[in-house]
Design a protein around this ligand. Sequence first.
Ligand code: NAP
Ligand code: G4F
Length: 329
Amino acid sequence: MPEKTALITGITGQDGSYLTELLLGKGYAVHGIVRRTSNLLRSRIEHLRRDPAIYDKNLFLHYGDLSDTTTLRRIFREIKPTEVYHLAGQSHVGLSFEMPESTCDEAGMAALRLLEIARDQTNPLKFYHASTSEIFGNALESPQTEETSMRPTSPYGCAKAFATMLSRVYRQSYGMFVCNGILYNHESPRRGENFVTRKIARAAARISQGLDVDLVLGNLDSKRDWGRAQDYVVAMWLMLQHDKPDDYVVATGETHSVREFVDAAFSFVDLDWKKYVKQDPAFDRPAEPARLAGDADKIRKTLGWKPSGGFEQLVREMVQAEVEALSKS
Ligand code: NAP
Ligand code: G4F
């Protein structure tokens, strides 16, 4: 049996799927919590689930939900994880204004439930909490560091700020090994289709093949610090391998506007984006950070982490993946 047993909430999401691949490659037994859905297909981890050398050998899935504490507690008791990566929850900032209560339960209260369960375990475990740059909101300084004060601008940001503070309290009060990864936007071909980068990459590919005629977006001026998801899951793992638990900003330090992302994506398929992109205020949020940029100095110096590739590479990878998916279908 592998010595290290990881439990991942949110294993079917973008980050959960890349983290699973990383941990399997390192010889871990990986357990993931999946929700009951009406469709059994879990596209991001289907290739692992269909691999008889992996599924039910080193990768195990358990039904559960963040609201179902008794089931979560039973899973902990049965598998005795040595590392817990808590990634699950409604992660769309815009939608958090439409579903504030369930978002805050999943992004905030669920961390409390899991920390309480972790506190009761007799075996030592390390706990990763998926914090976010959205806790900084309208930040008072740029770039932001681990010390920057929290000024969230959305229900999602508020809930994550709560869970981030709580993780610190559990570390300080109970001596638990709990880390906050304060991650800036990270993207990949596995990004959910209603996040702006994937929406743009998909539209650029489809318009170039005559399958769509336009792309409707919200705020084009907004600036984000976009990195590659594959790099960011390495940062999560590194945090739990260090001898001391701590909080780390994970970012590229480079910001680009949504307009720049659109320009780069459409250029890749030789289109002039101005002919196809429309704006609809329906996609605007009641409030949001105008610009987020992270200072990843601490994780670079302490854990030796750094991002690979740059903005152009990320855009290229995402559009290329969409073009290839279309040619296969
Ligand atoms: P994602 O693709 O939206 O995945 C979310 C995961 O949570 C999915 O596996 C989803 O399951 C699961 N989930 C949602 N509600 C649940 C519930 N009630 N019970 C159990 N599972 C539930 O998110 P991601 O991009 O991988 O991000 C991972 C985490 O990092 C999230 O907490 C996010 O808020 C945070 N984060 C992300 C970024 C980023 O740029 N990606 C940056 C900072 C922080 P289904 O597949 O069944 O929907
Ligand atoms: O892709 P987004 O929806 O990502 P957002 O809001 O920055 O949140 C993501 O990153 C956070 C880390 O900073 C995570 F915590 C969170 O879970 C999530 O992964 O939007 C990026 C920007 C925003 O300014 C938004 O207003 O793009 C702007 N935008 C413009 N048009 C749009 C659209 N966003 C979306 N989703 N859809 C649009 O049509």
